[in-house]
Structures are given as structure tokens and as C-alpha cells.
Design a protein around this ligand. Structure first.
Ligand SMILES: Nc1nc2c(c(=O)[nH]1)N[C@H]1C(S)=C(S)[C@@H](COP(=O)(O)O)O[C@H]1N2
Ligand SMILES: [Mo]
Length: 377
């Protein structure tokens, strides 16, 4: 391991505001979705967020095969052509990384330093998983289904392929897909070419990319990414709660124009239409509230129809910003199960599930100099 890798293991808690070289290295490999891309119902592929723990494997589609085995009566080997010849389904699904919001925590858990934008909604095409498990004829006593990626690396001192599991009941749900296309095109390498798992409603870590094998087991899966990582724990001794379905979140497209470095927004005094998206993997979004005073008072936004059962829904609200001054804009989503976004950080050791409300600093007034474009260069 290099000098950088030795300095601060993942999970170290950082109190400095400054980003470390290790975090910067992760941040340049894995990008989030620029907030202005919230304008699209379906996120263009290059704007969708990305998270890759190890390296992107290079896969030859002509020799690729998915193995289905373990606690089944009928093992299967499926080529990409065989998978694509099966019945297909296309679903718009909002995907969000469980670590979204991590870099806003104080102290900050050392890992991928997401702000609030590790999200995207894509149209995934693939073949439903349940009929494949039926063809494999799962034996009595089966408990978990393990999904193994082709990618390999070391995390927490453990040499591993990226692997996650689902209970048999969750794996058999109708909406779970083995996807080979995104937005009508073959998966690009970074999103899991040639095949990935899609589990609508669940945080990103569940959607295993570069799928190599599916293994049915008769005991709980104890792999690193399942049993050790992705738990909400507040102390080392705490066994924690596994991360599963996405908590509600609303994000707005920051209005006006940004300052290059601070991203502070500048707006002309006027009524501005604020627009954004909201989603939850637990229950449908029922309301989105907007505040222009840092969360002291709230107004109710108008909701659009969701893009699909598992996709985000748009919201809009006209904001009367005729008075010059500085404002802190916030948005807060609530779902039908009563889950609401907290105003304050929800801190834990791994920095998962921090769905605290978004805060956008805005200056209304004459702060924008009347410069010609040439002056700006
Ligand atoms: N094989 C494999 N699958 C993976 C990962 C990975 O590193 N390897 N990262 C997971 C995580 S943590 C997330 S958030 C999503 C990101 O999916 P995307 O890059 O297509 O947006 O992929 C998941 N699937
Ligand atoms: Mo993630």
C-alpha cells in the first residue's frame, strides 16, 4: 500500500474541514450528479452518480457467463445472449448511495466524501430475477441469495470480490432485475457492463455491478459488504442496523448563478420558480416543504407525478425573492410512512443515511457586477 493509503484507514473520524488526499483520490474517481441535472426526469448517463470501490473490470461480452448455483437443484450458466433472449422489463429507478451526505458530517468518517448529490434516475432494462431463481429450482432451507461482482480489492484488511446478498423473499420481488441496458443503451463499463443487479428502492450498495455469479445459501451471508460494512452504528461496540431501503430526501436545483469557488448563488430580485426532485425507497413521497430562512418557516411545494413507482417526483414552488439580502434555502421531503428529513445531521460511524435537509446559500440583489463576458475571462 502506498504512503497515502497507510495514513488514514477508512472509518477514521476527521475533525479537520480540509479534504485529505485519500478522499480527493476517491472523489475524482467517483463523481456525483451535478444538481442542475435534477431538471431531467431521466438522468443522462454521464451525469448519473458513480461509485466503484475497487477497479472497473474489463469484460469480454462474447465469453461472459453468469453462473447461478449453490443451494439449488438446477445450476445454470447463462451467456449474455441467453439473458437477453429472456423476457425483458424496463424500469425507471432512482439510485442513491447510502453514503450520500457523509462529507457534511462532523466529525467526518473517512470514505467517499459525498456532499448531497450521490443520486440519479435511470431507465434500466433487463430480465426479472425471480424466473431465473425458479428455473434454478431453489432447495428447501435456502435463506440468502449472494450476488458476486467480477471486481476484487481489499477493504478493512479483507481481500474480496464485491458481494452483497438479499433474503430469498427480497430477491423474488417482481421489480428486481438483472440489467444489461441503461437509458436504452448497453451498460457502459463504469455502470456494470455487461450485467448488474437492480433492486428498486434500496440504497446503491445493493445493486451489484459486473455480476459474475448468483449463489443461493442456507445461512445468513457473512461477507464484508453485508455483515461489516453498511451498518448504522454510533459506537464501535454497537452491532448496528443494516442499511437497506432509501430514506426520503428532497433536493432543489440551486437557483440563479454560482460563484465559481464557493458555489454561493446570486439572484436578481424577482419571484423565482424553485424546482427539484424528491424520493424515498420506503413509501411514496407525500409532501415537500421549502424554507428560505434556514428552516424556521416552511411553505408547501407543488408535487408532480413520480416518473415511475421507483423513481423520484418533481416539485416546484414560486419563491418571492424581491427583497435584497442573504438567504439559506432548504427543502424537506416526507414519505407516506411518516419518514421526514431531519434538520440536523444524523451522525454515525460510517457516515451512512445522512438525509439532513439540503441548505443552499443565496444572495439576492446587485451582487453580480455588470461585466461583459470578456471581463469574466
Ligand atoms: N461490483 C460492484 N458493485 C457495486 C459497487 C462496487 O464497487 N462493485 N458499488 C456499489 C455502490 S456502493 C453503489 S452506490 C452503486 C453505484 O452504482 P452506479 O455507479 O451505477 O451509480 O453500485 C454498487 N454496486
Ligand atoms: Mo454506495
Amino acid at each position: 500500500m502506498n504512503e497515502v493509503g497507510r495514513s488514514r484507514p477508512a472509518g477514521t473520524l476527521l475533525t479537520s474541514v480540509d479534504i485529505t488526499p485519500d478522499e480527493l483520490q476517491l472523489a475524482v474517481r467517483n463523481h456525483s450528479m451535478p444538481l442542475e441535472a435534477l431538471r431531467y426526469d431521466i438522468t443522462p448517463v454521464g451525469l448519473h452518480y458513480l461509485l466503484i470501490h475497487f477497479d472497473i473490470p474489463m469484460v469480454d461480452a462474447s465469453t461472459y457467463e453468469l453462473s447461478v448455483g449453490g443451494h439449488v437443484r438446477n445450476r445454470l450458466q447463462l451467456s449474455l445472449d441467453a439473458l437477453m433472449a429472456r423476457p425483458s422489463a424496463t424500469l425507471a429507478v432512482t439510485l442513491e448511495c447510502a453514503g450520500n451526505g457523509r462529507a457534511r458530517l462532523q466529525p467526518r468518517p473517512m470514505s467517499q466524501p459525498w456532499l448531497s448529490e450521490a443520486v440519479g434516475t435511470a431507465e434500466w432494462t433487463g430480465t426479472p430475477l425471480a424466473p431465473i431463481l425458479k428455473d434454478a429450482d431453489v432447495r428447501d432451507g435456502a435463506r440468502d441469495v449472494v450476488f458476486t461482482g467480477l471486481d476484487r480489492g481489499v477493504q478493512g484488511g479483507v481481500d474480496q470480490h464485491y458481494e452483497r446478498s438479499l433474503s430469498i423473499a427480497d430477491a423474488m420481488r417482481d421489480e428486481v432485475l438483472l440489467a444489461y441496458a441503461i437509458n436504452g443503451r448497453p451498460l457502459p463499463p463504469q455502470h456494470g457492463f455487461p450485467l448488474r443487479l437492480i433492486v428498486p428502492g434500496w440504497y446503491g450498495m445493493t445493486h451489484v455491478k459486473w455480476l459474475r455469479s448468483i449463489t443461493v445459501i442456507d445461512r445468513p451471508f457473512a461477507g464484508y459488504q453485508q455483515a461489516r460494512a453498511y451498518h448504522r452504528r454510533t459506537s464501535d461496540g454497537d452491532s448496528g442496523v443494516p442499511v437497506a431501503r432509501i430514506l426520503p430526501r428532497a433536493l432543489m436545483v440551486p437557483p440563479g448563478v454560482p460563484d465559481f469557488m464557493s458555489r454561493t448563488r446570486f439572484l436578481e430580485p424577482a419571484t423565482h420558480l424553485i424546482e427539484g426532485r424528491a424520493w424515498s425507497g420506503r413509501a411514496p413521497i407525500v409532501s415537500v416543504d421549502f424554507s428560505s430562512d434556514g428552516g424556521v418557516s416552511w411553505a408547501t411545494a407543488k408535487l408532480q407525478d413520480p416518473v415511475s413507482t421507483f423513481g423520484w417526483r418533481g416539485w416546484t414552488l414560486p419563491w418571492d425573492a424581491t427583497r435584497a439580502g442573504e438567504y439559506e434555502l432548504c427543502a424537506r421531503a416526507i414519505d407516506a410512512a411518516g419518514n421526514a428529513q431531519p434538520l440536523d445531521q444524523s451522525w454515525n460511524l460510517e457516515g451512512v443515511e445522512n438525509n439532513a435537509v439540503q441548505r443552499v446559500r443565496v444572495v439576492v440583489g446587485a451582487a453580480i457586477d455588470q461585466q461583459t463576458p470578456a471581463d469574466l475571462l
